[in-house]
Design a protein around this ligand. Structure first.
Ligand code: V0D
Length: 249
């Protein structure tokens, strides 16, 4: 705890699966919505902390295409969280030069929620600090299917040759293309003792380091976030080769 962070080797793109909000609430005999509400506060703290140390992109997994299977009441509540979040924090995000972007599929998202999201993206378009991304109604397999469809369309109208399709082609057709050059995840954090990817940024996590925290998301603190960053800095990333350090030793 309380280890020093090297500001010269901060991961560019940190992704977080914010798990355990429902369980946090259940453990306190509170409704699940209380856990979600508490979780929103934690997003604020972690986004400010990430911005502070120079993380370029922070992507939060807030809702997946599978979450539609939950109760109607909970889905309805979840759909109001972007509005709650931006009503509370948008001025503060702008103050700190944080740029907001939502990745996911618009279908099934209520029109009011869609317009709240568009507004927030528009009002932070000029920001130059942290790029704060919400994966909202997002699923990575659906993202890949969508990319393949877009690529196939280009082939069928003749603007793209099959032989020229490569990793770059796929990369630029994923929902994370606007995050380039930081679209690849460097560090994936998941809270609440679960050690799964859950259909989150499958392509983009190809070479990322994973970090699992035992605490529920509403209990995750800035200090724990910094500890996770310190742990990242102790690792030796190889990207399938010998070392990421270019012939230093
Ligand atoms: C619930 C913990 C903010 C995770 C945080 C519907 C579970 C609170 C957003 C949000 C959620 C989404 C898009 C956006 C701005 C904010 C959010 C969901 C859940 C999924 F543009 N919190 N939050 N979205 N929870």
């Amino acid at each position: 705890m309380g280890q020093k962070i090297d500001l010269n080797s901060i991961p560019n793109h940190v992704a977080i699966i914010m798990d355990g909000n429902g369980r946090w609430a259940q453990a306190r005999n509170l409704p699940r919505s209380a856990g979600h509400k508490e979780g929103v506060e934690v997003i604020r703290k972690i986004a400010l902390a990430a911005n502070e140390i120079g993380v370029k992109a922070l992507t939060l997994y807030a809702f997946s295409t599978e979450n539609w299977k939950r109760s109607l009441a909970e889905v309805k509540y979840l759909m109001q969280l972007p509005e709650l979040f931006f009503n509370k924090f948008l001025p503060e995000l702008i103050e700190h030069d944080i740029k907001v972007r939502v990745i996911g599929f618009e279908e099934k998202v209520p029109p009011l929620t869609q317009s709240v999201i568009k507004q927030a993206e528009k009002r932070t378009m000029h920001c130059k600090g942290l790029q704060l991304n919400f994966a909202f109604n997002y699923g990575s397999r659906a993202e890949i299917v969508h990319a393949v469809q877009e690529i196939a369309k280009k082939v069928s109208v003749g603007t793209l040759q099959v032989e020229s399709i490569n990793e770059e082609t796929i990369r630029t057709h994923l929902l994370t293309a606007p995050l380039m050059p930081f679209d690849d995840v460097d560090y994936l954090i998941r809270t609440s003792h679960e050690e799964r990817l859950s259909n989150f940024l499958l392509w983009q996590n190809a070479y990322s380091e994973f970090y699992f925290s035992d605490v529920y998301w509403p209990d995750f603190t800035t200090e724990m976030f910094f500890d996770a960053i310190a742990a990242y800095q102790k690792r030796n990333r190889r990207f399938g080769g010998v070392s990421d350090k270019k012939e230093k030793e």
